[in-house]
Ligand binder design. Structure first.
Ligand code: NAD
Ligand code: ZN
Length: 369
């Protein structure tokens, strides 16, 4: 059935987000409709409003949400009404070569579901009946969302949905970069550049993995203070040092084993790579502008056996890893409550985006009635 829903929409790159009442159509074959409980505001949503991430407007934002199934489409057997679901901004077909080799975040069909559902159409339209694209085949910064089951991960009830929402992006991305992409070993020396929702989770991932040193790098002293609460052992304030890589080499006596770039900018990738010691790995998590470039000293790759690699949704297997992360939370081994600095109503969405630009929150979360 059709449902009216308030939704956060980007109408034009460079303009503030708008809250509109839209129509969310019911599910077609292989789809489900969720009543969204909470949706985190991620820097990638912001990047979609500036055109850094080039999803064409008009676009319903949101890809980090949790909700409850309210309607199930034809042919859906794995979900039923009342199930708790976390969104995945990566569509996972489960059948392509990447999916079957255990790398669903690289699904060969995911590119068909970047700003529409996998069949190339949407279930969202505005008050004039015009179609609205959806961020990452999700568009979950809205009271309701109809999604393909390939973008849905069922989770156990019992975890507050506003905490579960964060697992859909920030937590999985940051912790997964450490656990899955880098596979940080106990005793490692690590550094994280950019202490937003993603970077803080890379910090707590490194701490949980038993890193000996966890160095947080940011230009916002408030973020560095948060980093300490999430397990950073040292901080580098970019207002106080000219060259973060040099400062890290000095702190560690030679460089880190793992550096995580959680900003999305070529010069920061360079810094992360330069901060490595011999045998070190730099992991790029931040999403840069498509034209952005980075440069490294080629010789250091073989002579130091360094690695430069990327990480997409924490190299996760969402169906396995989302519940696993929630299990670690329930066991008291990962912090989720503390990530939510502030909650907003959907009518306060523009303020939530402004607060992200101002660096006020670990994570700001829009909570629905
Ligand atoms: P955020 O806005 O919450 O945090 C970014 C942080 O970077 C802020 O604390 C800011 O002060 C800091 N910063 C800015 N410039 C810096 C610099 N030059 N050096 C060091 N720190 C700097 O953002 P977020 O939601 O944590 O997202 C971080 C990045 O991760 C974004 O690029 C986002 O698009 C990307 N992302 C990637 C994936 C993935 O799967 N790879 C998933 C989600 C988000
Ligand atoms: Zn995100």
């Amino acid at each position: 059935m059709d449902r009216q829903a308030k939704a956060v929409v980007c109408r034009e790159w460079g303009q503030p987000v708008q809250v509109e009442t839209i129509t969310v159509e019911g599910p077609k074959r292989g789809e489900i409709t969720l009543k969204i409980a909470a949706c985190g505001v991620c820097h990638s949503d912001l990047s979609a409003t500036t055109g850094k991430i080039q999803y064409p407007p008009p676009l319903v934002l949101g890809h980090e949400a949790a909700g409850v199934v309210v309607e199930v489409g034809e042919g859906v057997t794995d979900f039923q009404e009342g199930d708790h679901v976390v969104s995945s901004f990566i569509s996972m077909c489960g059948k392509c070569r990447q999916c079957v080799r255990g790398r669903p975040v690289l699904c060969e069909n995911a590119r068909k579901a970047m700003f529409t559902l996998p069949d190339g159409t949407v279930r969202t339209k505005d008050a004039n009946g015009e179609p609205l694209n959806v961020f990452g085949a999700c568009g979950v910064m809205a009271e309701y969302a109809t999604m393909h089951v390939d973008n849905c991960v069922k989770v156990e009830p019992g975890v507050p949905l506003q905490n579960a929402a964060l697992v859909g992006c920030a937590v999985m991305t940051g912790v997964g970069a450490v656990f899955n992409t880098a596979r940080v070993e106990p005793g490692s020396r690590t550094a994280v550049f950019g202490i937003g929702g993603v970077g803080l989770n890379a910090i707590q991932g490194c701490a949980t993995a038993g890193a000996e040193m966890v160095i947080a790098v940011d230009n916002n002293p408030k973020k560095l203070a948060m980093a300490k609460e999430f397990g950073a052992t040292h901080t580098v304030d970019l207002n106080e040092v000219d060259d973060a890589a040099k400062a890290i080499k000095k702190l560690t006596g030679g460089g880190v084993d793992y550096a995580f770039e959680c900003v999305g900018a070529g010069p920061v990738v360079e810094q992360a790579y330069k901060a490595l010691g011999r045998g070190g790995t730099a992991v790029v998590v931040g999403v840069a502008d498509p034209k952005d470039k980075t440069s490294i000293t080629t010789l250091t790759l073989p002579a130091d056996e360094r690695t430069l690699k990327g990480s997409w949704l924490g190299s996760s297997r969402p169906q396995h890893d989302f519940p696993r992360i929630l299990g670690l939370y329930k066991a008291g081994k990962l912090k989720l409550d503390e990530l939510i600095t502030r909650t907003y109503t959907i009518d306060q969405a523009a303020e939530a985006f402004d607060d992200m630009v101002a660096g006020k929150n670990a994570r700001g979360v829009i909570v629905f009635d």
